[in-house]
Design a protein around this ligand. Structure first.
Ligand code: ARG
Length: 459
């Protein structure tokens, strides 16, 4: 159906087909309908307070907008790409339903402040959901950490076995990164909770409007201070895209470990059937696809951030149509973050930690070499010398194809006379974690402390 453009007054020719196709955004920005309607309702109330809408007109606008919301939700609403975006689709339908009162709604308003308020309302809601999922996931990790407080495994640097750590400590290391993500989303909500509505196209409006009323109606903490900045600003989207990409990086690193740890070679964990998939050709396969997909999806989170920054970087003040390109990255990042967090929670709900295998790897290597060097150092051998001594001990074991366990005191004495009977327990990884005395270390006391501080922050 051919529809008349709302801005068509000065045009004598129709837009070309390609202009229509490039312009339209309603196929994706229609998901802002609830926020658009909410903003319009507040704006209409303000117009009534200003004497621009009569009470009857306001009632008609509010009723009309509520009905439109229902029409959209039930799938009855007919979207027209010729109306470009969600704002004009709703306004056109309102006018069709209630006549001239609908045409008054856009008094003292521009689509430039309208889209700014819609997206802020949308983000506020989405960020609320992200925070909820993040908290749920972090709490789940602390539960695992508590259950696994006696499980010890190898800690790695350079992907080589380094020192024994508690599994709890490892899980909490990831949890702390997520706590920072949580804070980042929270700060975002605090910094950007200002109402843009009422600034008009860029310069302000020729009416004594009441921006404080709009802010308060829409749950903002205040109003944006400069009308030009307000319509030119997309920092509030860039910030949320950055928070999302960094969260994506953290999830991706966790997923990388899930993939590695569920391999035959590691076999540190078993992922449940509900979160793994098979192969269409190799009957034996159980693939960690969920972890791989979340790891993969972090790519688009970073891509979306880069995409927005690139769109914005050369734009003169104030609004430019390029900025319409902010929405697809935003929606995609929010959807991706939700989906990824749900996936993480699902994997960690039924994950099984194969403790035996973890301790087997730990025992078969020289993860306690630093403990043995510290043993000598605490008995007066300068650390560099003890490092050297234990290094040759490892070399000896490698040549003899034995590990630390099988060394006798006599053999050890050949390397240093400082070794006494009690060194034997230093060779054993089991006690290593409890020798860690520094704050934030992997000892059970420090781990339990972390669990309670995380829970305090999150709950
Ligand atoms: N669909 C537009 C966007 O997303 C809304 C604002 C349009 N403003 C304008 N002057 N064309 O950015």
């Amino acid at each position: 159906m051919a529809v008349k453009k709302m801005w068509g007054g000065r045009f004598s020719e129709k837009n070309s087909d390609v202009t229509e196709r490039l312009s339209m955004s309603v196929h994706y920005d229609s998901r802002l309908y609830r926020h658009d309607i909410r903003g319009s309702k507040a704006h209409a109330e303000m117009l009534c307070n200003m004497g621009i809408l009569t009470q009857e007109e306001l009632d008609a606008v509010l009723k009309g907008l509520s009905e439109i919301e229902i029409e959209i939700e039930s799938g009855e609403f007919e979207f027209h790409s010729e109306y470009e975006d969600i704002h004009m689709n709703i306004e056109a339908r309102l006018t069709e339903k209630i006549g001239d009162a609908g045409k008054k709604l856009h008094t003292a308003r521009s689509r430039n402040d309208q889209i700014a308020v819609d997206t802020r309302l949308y983000i506020r809601e989405e960020v609320g959901k992200v925070e909820g999922l993040l908290k749920q996931f972090i709490i789940r990790l602390t539960e695992h950490a508590e259950e696994q407080k006696d499980t010890v495994l190898a800690g790695y640097t350079h992907m080589q076995i380094a020192q024994p750590v508690r599994l709890s400590h490892h899980l909490l290391a990831h949890a702390w990164a997520l706590v920072r993500d949580l804070n980042r989303f929270k700060t975002f909500r605090e910094t950007h909770n200002l109402c843009p509505l009422g600034v008009g196209a860029l310069a302000g409006v020729n009416y004594k409007n009441d921006r404080q009323f709009l802010a308060q109606k829409l749950g903002f903490a205040g109003i944006t201070p400069n009308s030009m900045d307000t319509v030119a600003d997309r920092d509030y989207i860039a910030d949320v895209l950055y928070a999302s990409s960094l969260l994506g990086v953290h999830l991706s690193r966790m997923c990388e470990e899930l993939v590695l740890w569920s391999s035959y070679e590691f076999n540190y964990i078993t992922l449940s059937d509900t979160v793994t998939t098979g192969s269409s050709i190799m009957p034996q396969k159980k693939n960690p696809d969920l972890a791989e997909l979340i790891r993969g999806k972090s790519g688009r989170l970073t891509g979306n951030l880069v995409s927005l920054l690139t769109v914005m970087k050369g734009l003169p003040l104030t609004y430019n149509r390029d900025m319409q390109e902010d929405k697809e990255p935003l929606f995609d990042s929010m959807d991706t973050v939700h989906l990824s967090l749900e996936g993480m929670i699902a994997m960690f709900d039924e994950i099984v930690f194969n403790k035996e295998r973890m301790s087997q790897t730990l025992g078969a290597n020289f993860s306690t070499a630093t403990d043995v060097a510290d043993y000598l150092a605490s008995r007066g051998v300068p650390f560099r010398t003890s490092h050297e001594i234990v290094g040759s001990l490892v070399g000896y074991c490698e040549k003899e194809k034995c590990n630390f366990y099988s060394l006798t005191l006599d053999e050890l004495k050949k390397f240093s006379l400082v070794f006494e009977e009690d060194v034997l327990e230093y060779l054993n990884p089991a006690g290593s974690t409890e020798r860690k005395l520094s704050e934030g270390s992997t000892s059970v006391e420090q781990v339990m402390k972390q669990i309670s501080s995380i829970r305090e922050i999150v709950e």
